[in-house]
Design a protein around this ligand. Structure first.
Ligand code: NAD
Length: 487
């Protein structure tokens, strides 16, 4: 079968790169070449930024009603394609089809929620404090031209949180998805084109992060950068972006802390869900399991039992719970972390090795590792694979110390029957989100999302997304005296 050639979208046209260079997208699930795409260089990105800059003032002058209706039309263009686009997502990312279907379909309510946030956006009018004849009218205005850079682990959910939201706030957008998963991004643009977005207001580029992505970060005509990806990349972007408004959604190594009074069966189910969903390639995965020594043995038994229920297989099959991992460097990192742990005395109780005789070497099963300590990579960094590393603690103070040690602070979870202890921990844990009696992997449309420390800068979701893509302008009005002296 011929491999389809997909294109970038710049200034309202589907196009190739100026050099004609292309790259291939390989399926981690089947090994086949799914598509070729243009490989943008810095010149292509500059063209997209110029188109966006030109389109932005026209976009910003559309009424909120017109922009909100545009978002609704985009959701209507996605709806009939959920099944087909979920299959493409599974093929390019490797996740099970049931997760893929949920991911594509969730873009719709999420976007509609933000559209309502935009409609209901309120800004205050303030009385002058030292000058009572003055009034201050606060307005929320678009940033201007915004670059959105996204990773490969959620190729619909993450752009679905940002790109159209940036647009309806009045920003023109240049969107750069990860090179491993650009097919979902092309489909998203197809939906936007179908919905009739203004020419130049939304541009899609495909290409390498260090050149195409970095051109967006450094281009002086870009006013804002919304980046989701690794902490190391985020740090480089924050150094290179200068005075642009930068939002950073970065890595995590979220601990799930099990106290000695927790419901261990519920904790074990939540541990498996937060460790193995999307093969553990989740910023808010249960990165580490911290368990009180009194319930350690009982919990470990239950976690091993739960882990065996997670069926690995062809991600296109409905019964599959763990598909392929997305790429070799990510899986090689998982193996490096496991080898380091085992070398320092940790024990693998389930999984731990690639599954042979699969269509690609990227299939890795649910893995439980006990005896993990904070000097191991499994115990102090982001592993990003289907692994449950178990660490033991003796006191609440020690649990807090271990949890906060890697200085990631995206999402953390506590399992306990005692609400007072839960709140003591919620106070002392340093993270943007503390989940009580559920997995670290917790997300909704309407509560603020973002990290402390090495997990990022800024908050999104719900009305916080609208705030992130706009800035405040104060219009100062003298109501005491008109310029010609007339009252
Ligand atoms: P990554 O940092 O390697 O790449 C992310 C994106 O940035 C890709 O589009 C890539 O091409 C681009 N990029 C890479 N180098 C760049 C550079 N120098 N300049 C500009 N752009 C560049 O991350 P990844 O491996 O794709 O994603 C996994 C990471 O993302 C994990 O650490 C995960 O925790 C994190 N993540 C965080 C969140 C969150 O909400 N906090 C959500 C999802 C994923």
């Amino acid at each position: 079968m011929d491999v389809p050639h997909l294109r970038m979208f710049i200034d309202g046209e589907w196009c190739d790169s100026a050099t004609g260079e292309t790259f291939e997208v390989h399926s981690p699930a089947t090994g086949e070449v799914l598509a070729t795409l243009p490989k943008a260089n810095r010149e292509d990105v500059r063209r997209a930024v110029d188109a966006a800059e030109e389109a932005q003032p026209r976009l910003a002058r559309l009424s909120i009603k017109e922009r909100a209706e545009m978002a609704v039309r985009i959701t209507e263009a996605i709806r009939p394609n959920i099944d087909a686009w979920a299959l493409d997502l599974t093929l390019e990312q490797g996740k099970p089809i049931k997760e893929a279907r949920l991911e594509v379909s969730e873009v719709i309510p999420n976007l509609l929620w933000n559209t309502e946030d935009l409609k209901r956006l309120e800004t205050p009018v303030l009385e002058g404090y030292s000058k009572p004849e003055m009034m201050y009218l606060l307005r929320r205005e678009p940033l201007g031209t915004v670059g959105v850079i996204t990773p490969w682990n959620y190729p619909w959910l993450l752009p679905g949180e940002f790109v159209v939201q940036a647009l309806i706030c009045g920003n023109a957008v240049v969107f750069k998805p990860a090179s491993a998963t650009p097919i979902s991004a092309v489909h998203f643009l197809e939906a936007m084109q179908h919905a009739g977005i203004p020419r130049g207001a939304m541009n899609l580029i495909a290409g390498p992060g260090p050149t195409a992505g970095m051109e967006l970060v450094e281009n002086p005509k870009v006013d804002g950068i919304c980046f989701t990806g690794e902490t190391a990349t985020g740090e480089e972007i924050s150094h290179r972006a200068g005075l642009k408004k930068v939002g950073l959604e970065l890595g995590g190594s979220g601990p799930l802390i099990v106290l000695d009074d927790a419901d261990l069966s519920k904790a074990a189910r939540d541990i498996a869900f937060g460790c193995y969903n999307n093969a553990g390639q989740v910023c808010c995965a249960n990165g580490r399991i911290l368990v009180h020594e009194k319930v350690h043995d009982a919990l470990v038994r239950k976690v091993v039992e739960e882990s065996r229920r997670w069926r690995l297989g062809d991600p296109r099959r409905e019964e599959t719970d763990i598909g392929s991992m997305n790429n070799e460097p990510t899986l090689a990192k998982v193996e490096r972390h496991l080898a380091d742990g085992v070398g320092r005395g940790a024990q693998v109780l389930a999984g731990g090795r690639r599954v042979p005789a699969m269509p690609t070497p990227l299939y890795f099963p649910a893995t439980v590792v006990d005896g993990v300590t904070t000097d191991m990579l499994l115990g102090n960094s982001e592993t990003f694979g289907p692994v449950a590393p178990i660490l033991e603690f003796r006191s609440l103070e020690q649990a807090v110390e271990i949890a906060n040690l890697p200085r990631y602070g995206l999402s953390m979870a506590i399992h306990t029957a005692n609400i007072k202890r839960a709140f003591t921990l919620a106070r002392d844990l340093k993270a943007g989100q503390i989940v009580i009696n559920d997995p670290v992997l917790y997300w909704d449309y309407n509560h603020p999302w973002g990290g402390f420390r090495r997990s990022g800068i800024g908050r999104v979701a719900g009305r916080w997304t609208i705030e992130a893509f706009t800035e405040i302008k104060t219009v100062i009005l003298n109501v005491g005296e008109s310029p010609d002296g007339a009252s």
